[in-house]
Design a protein around this ligand. Structure first.
Ligand SMILES: Nc1nc2c(c(=O)[nH]1)N[C@H]1C(S)=C(S)[C@@H](COP(=O)(O)O)O[C@H]1N2
Ligand SMILES: [Mo]
Length: 301
């Protein structure tokens, strides 16, 4: 039986929707009354704890299967058919199978969660995801001893994903996690946002969310999950091996070769988009640092 983390999420990570809706209404009122005044870094950081509105979350996306512009996914992703949908779980599992999306949803207890950040490269947004722990999905298939990594694949369907007709990426999009990262309770498969079905541009009908890693690790519209004993080669490593590693943990101390990763631009608030200091592991240091104990994070980036 694979190692399983004890769920020790804090209030800020798991919040009932009714509570966050109330908080949001309160905050909305307060923000409207005060207007935007340039504040200290601390108040900007606190401001950043409120989820972004639906419009930010669904109209500023990266999903290269639909084009490379930030608004391309919102414009083109409606072409994607998401029913029926199956997720093949194979490799080192006891019950390899094509799992129908509805059967997965029936088997999972979907919790309401808020993730403080889903920091992406040099910008960040806070998205209130709905979903379930990846560990629960992996348990459904039964991870075998000896499995060390999880490899994920996005759908390949150029007839609906026009970006796949350009071959600068070796489609399908691929990502990978170490098994202990995959089993961590902060690692979720998201199926909704703000309690609604996840929109196509955000990775319908289910996508990975790993909140302490850079955005690109959170692979969308997953159709295949493979348990393996070899470190998977992910899409960004394939494209730019000198710039992208396997881990891609949020780390303000390790700059990307072409930009600083010490600060992030907070999306939202109109023209006022403050930069705030990026936190180690995106603020989840307490929860996940032990996964990397003894590793040189400048080498394993
Ligand atoms: N299949 C697939 N998944 C993907 C991407 C992609 O191009 N294709 N882009 C990644 C990148 S670079 C980011 S920043 C996040 C963006 O997620 P969001 O649009 O929900 O904010 O999705 C990630 N998942
Ligand atoms: Mo990204």
């Amino acid at each position: 039986m694979a190692f399983r983390w004890k769920n020790s999420l804090k209030d800020r990570d798991v919040t009932e929707e009714s509570i966050f809706l109330n908080r949001r209404q309160l905050m909305g009122g307060a923000a409207a009354g005060l207007g935007f005044v340039a504040g200290s870094a601390a108040s900007a950081a606190e401001e950043a704890l409120e989820p972004n509105p639906w419009e930010d979350i669904t109209q500023y996306n990266n999903f290269y299967e639909f084009g490379t512009g930030k608004t391309d996914p919102a414009t083109y992703a409606h072409a994607l058919t998401t029913t029926p949908w199956t997720v093949t779980i194979d490799g080192m599992v006891d019950r390899p199978a094509d799992y129908a999306f509805e059967d997965i949803m029936k088997a999972m207890t979907v919790e309401e969660r808020i993730y403080r950040f889903r920091c992406v490269e040099a910008w960040s947004m806070i998205i209130p995801w709905n979903g379930f722990e990846l560990a629960d999905l992996l348990d459904l298939a039964g991870v075998q001893d000896g499995a060390k990594y999880v490899r994920f694949e996005t759908l390949y369907r150029p007839s609906e994903m026009h970006g796949q007709k350009a071959n600068w990426i070796d489609w399908p999009y691929v990502e990978g996690l170490r098994l202990d990262e995959a089993m961590h309770p902060l690692t979720i498969m998201a199926t909704g946002i703000y309690g609604r079905d996840i929109p196509n541009q955000n990775g319908a009908p289910l996508r990975l969310v790993v909140p302490w890693k850079y955005g690109f690790k959170s692979i969308k519209s997953v159709v295949k999950i493979t348990l393996t004993d070899e470190e998977p080669l992910n899409t960004w490593q394939q494209l730019q091996p000198r710039e992208y590693g396997f881990y891609s943990n949020v780390n303000p101390n390790v700059d990307h070769p072409r930009w600083t990763q010490a600060t992030e631009r907070v999306i939202g608030g109109g023209l006022f988009q403050p930069r705030i200091p990026t936190l180690m592991f995106n603020g989840y240091e307490e929860e996940v640092a032990s996964l990397y104990e003894g590793m040189d994070l400048a080498k394993f980036y």
